[in-house]
Ligand binder design. Structure first.
Ligand code: 13P
Length: 257
């Protein structure tokens, strides 16, 4: 019942022109496809208008990479959920580990940003994941559970299924060191178990949990074949149309499509 969802996080790559070219390549390649997989891209802020316009009516959804929790005000350099909605963005990444590690985001600020998404009708893609030190200390489940409690614990059961959860172990991001399908599945099962414990059964059944961290064309299918891995959040490999398309094909294979 959960369709695979593959999203490319372009991070700080691709200004408007390059972003438009990549969006155009994806649009062409995916036109008329038998859509067994949901696909999205998350360009930098300044490239959002071009990509939203290029991907209109294609079924490829567009996400922002971040937002501010307030709707407007004296917050120099920030962008609100309301502004993103006006640009035509449907999704927004929240709490990516790079934001948590490099830009001081906390569980509390991540929770406020999830709230801001809901206020503007944006669908959050909530990123969670442990560092290498936390995994080595056997703390990975505790860390991820703490992040989930903070970001989603206070939401209503009707809201949670519109959140996509992305499990991204920090040690696997940009390192070429993918979690094994079993390591990833194990954490995805923990996350689904957390949803089961907190909310009515339909929530755990319908909420999508993506894996992120060095997903490539050659490991996508085996990861997404795992029962609780409902898609991928892809960094580096999403910057190249061919490689990203191979991941989407892997997702289709894993869905039996
Ligand atoms: P890589 O796919 O480059 O490891 O990045 C993963 C990621 O951070 C996606 O949000």
């Amino acid at each position: 019942m959960r369709r695979k969802f593959v999203v490319g996080n372009w991070k700080m790559h691709k200004g408007p022109q390059e972003a438009d070219a990549l969006a155009e390549a994806l649009k062409k390649a995916l036109a008329g496809r038998d859509a067994t997989v949901d696909v999205g891209v998350a360009p930098p802020f300044v490239s959002l208008p071009a990509v939203v316009s290029r991907l209109k009516h294609t079924g490829i959804v567009v996400a922002a990479q971040n937002l501010h929790a307030e709707q407007q005000g004296a917050y120099t350099g920030e962008v609100s959920s309301e502004m993103l909605r006006q640009v035509g963005v449907a999704y927004c990444l929240v709490g990516h580990s790079e934001r948590r590690q490099l830009f001081g985001e906390t569980d509390a600020s991540v929770a406020r940003k999830v709230g801001a998404c809901f206020r503007s009708g944006l669908l959050p893609i909530l990123c969670v994941g442990e560092t290498l030190a936390e995994r080595e200390a056997g703390q990975e489940a505790a860390v991820v559970t703490r992040q989930l409690d903070a970001a989603l614990g206070a939401l209503g059961a009707d809201q949670v299924p519109s959140v996509t959860i992305a499990y991204e172990p920090v040690w696997a991001i940009g390192t070429g060191k993918t979690a094994t399908p079993l390591q990833a599945q194990d954490m995805h099962a923990t996350i689904r178990g957390w949803l089961e414990a907190k909310f009515p059964a339909f929530v755990a059944k319908s909420t999508r949990i993506q894996y992120g961290g060095s997903v490539k064309g050659n490991n996508a299918a085996e990861l997404m074949r795992m029962p609780d891995i409902d898609g991928a959040l892809v960094g580096g490999a999403s910057l190249n149309a061919e490689e990203f398309l191979a991941i989407i094909a892997g997702a289709a294979t894993a869905s039996g499509g």
